[in-house]
Design a protein around this ligand. Sequence first.
Ligand SMILES: Cc1cc2nc3c(=O)[nH]c(=O)nc-3n(C[C@H](O)[C@H](O)[C@H](O)COP(=O)(O)OP(=O)(O)OC[C@H]3O[C@@H](n4cnc5c(N)ncnc54)[C@H](O)[C@@H]3O)c2cc1C
Length: 289
Amino acid sequence: MAQSSAILLSVLLLLPALAVYYLSRKAENNGNGSGADKSVKKEEAGPLPQISPEEFRPFKLTRKEPVSHNTNLYRFALDDPTLPLGLLPGQHIQVRALIDGVEAIKPYTPISLFETKGYFDLLIKTYPQGRISRYMDGVKTGESVLMRGPKGSFQYVPNGCRRIGMIGGGTGITPLLSVCRAVLGHPDDRSPITLIFANKSPEDCLLESELKSLESEFPGRFRVCWTVDLPNEKWDGEIGLVTESMIQAHLPSPSEDCKILICGPPLMMTMVVGELKGLGYPDDKVFRF
Ligand SMILES: Cc1cc2nc3c(=O)[nH]c(=O)nc-3n(C[C@H](O)[C@H](O)[C@H](O)COP(=O)(O)OP(=O)(O)OC[C@H]3O[C@@H](n4cnc5c(N)ncnc54)[C@H](O)[C@@H]3O)c2cc1C
């Protein structure tokens, strides 16, 4: 009798403690838990993109500087200075503008690092007849540009293939650089990458220092073959448009475990796709940005 009273008394004493424990776990599961617990959940999900995929929203231009005779770097502020833009590898944003009353929308891949907080950078070449690129060239610091994102169907799967080849033309380098950084920076991905980067002249070769520092950081895993139409006397890369023999010399040969990513001006894309087909690369192994 005395024993069962003691058991009953202990259960009664334990009940409030159990209730407090149950209620606090419930609050945590509803997202009202301690800061430490929330941060773990946030890490698992990744920060939400600081841009809407559907609605065009204004982003303020805070810095604009020329990086070559026809290309500018544009820096845009994010509302929350503690968060990154939140794009995944190979994704882009879209810029929208009304030009002579007609809507124009064009994709651009940021060149800032994925983890950069509070702002993102675009590198945009101005074409003499280009609608959006000329519009961007005319935007002044302090003004806003309408953008939405993330956009794009590219999906990065770590170690998704054994070898990666890339062909980029001009500003088509930006999505390729984004994928290079993801692959080379992933602790479990060992795939080597070779990139053929085609430009008009040595002065048009953008992001040279970024690509060269990746080469020296990842020797044996990342290599760039540079080619230009109009070389100068110091040029020691390839000369001319991307050819089948250039592809054979520098890119992984066609196989089930290779992936080729390409991005460049429309004419180059058509030509390169034809060359890859002729060399026997399976269609599903070639991704066009
Ligand atoms: C996934 C993706 C990411 C991109 N990222 C970038 C980026 O980071 N930076 C960047 O500058 N561009 C990038 N581009 C290209 C960009 O989207 C536009 O196509 C480019 O800025 C031209 O747009 P526009 O409206 O000024 O020219 P449009 O008004 O469309 O074209 C006018 C004329 O400009 C010339 N032209 C247009 N586009 C090209 C081109 N690509 N190559 C050569 N001549 C051309 C042609 O003569 C054309 O007739 C990207 C494209 C894709 C698909």
